[in-house]
Design a protein around this ligand. Structure first.
Ligand code: CDP
Ligand code: MG
Length: 138
């Protein structure tokens, strides 16, 4: 199992001032922050990031949402990071997320769901490289 994953505090989390609370949960769960920045994604960047979903009905709305305001990508490190982080954030739809998870606490619905987490070690590496140069990873 790899030890890296990519989180994004999505635009709804930034707008609602949840950055501090969610970062606190991430650190309390034992993740180390290797890189962190605030950016506003361009449509090109968001389309590429979510290319795997290009044929899904929610793709255009997803790109619009992810470019609607600043977001905070965070490169994280922990043993078994991908699975551990997805456990911390809970199911895609907050209605199905377990109590105490980030999405249960902070997501509005299955679209505006507060946070992203990589789904495999391979994608974690691709997604970290999408946002961070090697210099930006400590
Ligand atoms: O983010 P996660 O890996 O849990 O879910 P996904 O299936 O990879 O979907 C990526 C993102 O698309 C979700 O986090 C939602 O923001 C959005 N989505 C949506 O708007 N409507 C859906 N039915 C499913 C996902
Ligand atoms: Mg996913």
């Amino acid at each position: 199992m790899g030890n890296k994953t990519l989180a994004i505090l999505k635009p709804d989390s930034v707008k609602k001032n949840y950055i501090g609370d969610i970062v606190k949960m991430i650190l309390a769960a034992g993740f180390k922050i290797k890189g962190m920045k605030m950016i506003k994604m361009t449509p090109e960047s968001a389309k590429l990031f979510y290319l795997v979903h290009k044929d899904r009905p929610f793709y255009n709305d997803l790109v619009e949402y992810m470019t609607s305001g600043p977001c905070v990508p965070i490169a994280l490190e922990k043993e078994n990071a991908v699975a551990e982080f997805r456990k911390l954030i809970g199911a895609t739809d907050p209605a199905q997320a377990e109590e105490g998870t980030v999405r249960k606490l902070y997501a509005k619905d299955k679209a505006e769901n507060a946070v992203h987490g990589s789904d495999s070690d391979e994608n974690a590496a691709i997604e970290i490289a999408h946002f961070f140069s090697t210099q930006e990873l400590v």
